[in-house]
Design a protein around this ligand. Structure first.
Ligand SMILES: [Zn+2]
Length: 244
């Protein structure tokens, strides 16, 4: 396959979003407006690309059908996913993986201090997103840095959150996402032991693999030109992922 900016390359291209909505107070730069998301998805579509969840992306790549697909992920499970992201995704024929926190159902992003409180999805909201064709993955139970957790907490955040989500959704949960993108060999081993088949990080360096997939943060300021540069940079910076 020619190594062009639009070929999938050795590492899947996975975009990382958080909240979609009003940006008047956004100190952590985790929010994009629905209008910006729509423009970014339209930009992908104009280049023959379509956003899908991580499981679908990896399955397509495994059978040699990953051309034209990019991963879309939304971290933390904000309630605005249903009201602001889902309609835009649907309009553009995209799906995504939504990483939720079963230990904070119906809660808020209390881990971001200080900062505006944003409501998180309830159990019903998560089920609704799943019913709309979105992949649901675990972001742990409560959004802690897993590299500082003791063994009991680490198991609860990985295996425990997977069991809680399987219970909530009545289906297996294959995807995990490391809070803050922080991981080490021990946390990756815990994610593997918990039974996850893929996991997203941010910039996992030498740990890169199916259980430590790099992602590109996409923000409000990412216009078409910046997206193109990020896509190219991603291809230069990342090591090949074996087995994906
Ligand atoms: Zn998060």
């Amino acid at each position: 396959m020619p190594d062009t900016a639009d070929s999938p390359g050795p590492v899947p291209w996975v975009a990382m979003y958080h909240s979609v909505g009003d940006r008047t107070c956004d100190p952590y730069h985790v929010t994009v407006t629905p209008e910006r998301l729509a423009r970014q998805l339209a930009w992908l579509r104009a280049r023959g690309l379509r956003g899908v969840g991580v499981a679908e992306l990896l399955a397509a790549r495994a059978r040699g059908a990953g051309d034209g697909l990019v991963g879309l992920t939304f971290d933390d499970g904000y309630a605005d996913f249903l009201t602001h992201a889902l309609p835009v995704l649907r309009r553009h024929g995209c799906t995504a993986t939504l990483y939720v926190l079963p230990g904070r159902l119906g809660g808020v992003n209390a881990w971001d201090t200080p900062g505006p409180r944003k409501p998180l999805l309830t159990a019903d909201g998560i089920r609704r997103a799943a019913d709309e064709g979105m992949e649901i993955g675990s972001h742990g139970l409560t959004h802690i840095d897993l590299t500082t957790a003791d063994d009991t907490v680490l198991e609860a955040e990985t295996a425990g959150s997977r069991a809680a989500l399987a219970d909530l959704l009545d289906r297996e949960v294959d995807g995990f996402c490391y809070p803050y993108g922080r991981l080490d060999a021990r946390t990756v081993a815990a994610v593997r032991a918990a039974g996850y088949r893929h996991a997203c990080a941010i910039d996992p360096g030498p740990l890169t693999g199916p259980l430590a997939l790099p992602r590109v943060h996409i923000g409000e300021r990412d216009t078409a030109v910046r997206l193109l540069l990020k896509r190219r940079l991603h291809r230069l910076r990342r090591r090949p992922v074996v087995g994906v």
